[in-house]
Ligand binder design. Sequence first.
Ligand code: TXA
Ligand code: MG
Length: 345
Amino acid sequence: MSTAYITALMQADKKAIMLAAEHLKNDEVVAIPTETVYGLAANSLSDVAVKKIFAAKSRPADNPLISHISDMSMLKMLVDDVPADAVKLANLFWPGPLTLVLKRGGKVCNTACANMQTVAVRMPNHKVALDIIKAAGVPLAAPSANVSGRPSPTDANAVKADMDGKIPLVIDGGNCTVGVESTVLSLVGDEIVILRPGFITKEQIESAVNKEVSIAKSAENMPKEGEKVMSPGMKYKHYAPNTKIVLVGGSSKDYCNFVNKQTKGGQKVLALCFTDEKERLICPVVAYGKMGDDAEQARLIFAALREVDTHGADIAYAHCPNNYGVGSAVYNRMLRAASFEVLYV
Ligand code: TXA
Ligand code: MG
């Protein structure tokens, strides 16, 4: 299959939107920009269409997809009863990087939900994405547009690296402004649980619903072999470049000293560091944002993880981000990229 690339920047290009909608109505897969990361979209009411997403990504069939809507009336196609907390959260954070896991209803297909009784929904905060969903007239199931296990794509070139020849169309909407995937929040149990940390923080959610919210164990620990997890995606290897990554915790001074010492050994070392640390390191570096600027780190982390492999290093030492606020989302991605290997210096 040959892949077409069309640019549609924020001043939504009508031709690109119509072409995307046409493919989607024909049960085809289209890569679309969102504010978080690029998504691989198909009609979430169609098993035939959604199966093509799983094939293009080589995604395990038991990992459900998020359905994307363009307005509240579309929620009816996915969910029968919307709990009061969901209404509050949707009013506050949609369109935006928050995904709600709700009891499944409507006509959402089995493949999109991986046969679970729940459905994940979000309304993206991106003009092009919203226009495409609206033109398609149905919710769009869309996982991140990477091959399973690879870093999520935050620009059209990264989509091309993973999807060229596998899907008919990529809509290029420029760089994603958030850079990490949405916060995934379960509203189906007795308590509200964050299944995946993202740009909308625990503190923001707690103040919106006026109750405590917990974070699923699988968000921060590698699930044990066979352990049941609330969010199937959390049990898979994720975001990993081919280069081995080790996460290093400690002050800037201790991190730089440690990496410089490793550089003097026999291995080809790379530093995945903060911008402010570049000058103090003697090995090649990839920077992923200023220290303490968690929004910038979120925006840059996936491109940085992809860049790591271009250096041909034996090992990359990543300086550990802060694990609170938006930093929790960055930390969660970095931890997985490092296969949960953390060193404290
Ligand atoms: O920002 C985002 O969320 C991006 C953009 C494209 O919208 N999408 C995205 O999709 O990150 P994906 O498929 O890469 O990650 C979805 C996560 C997975 O960890 C999956 O297991 C979880 O959401 N998920 C989906 N449906 C679920 C459900 N019914 N119950 C629990 N977890 C669910
Ligand atoms: Mg993903």
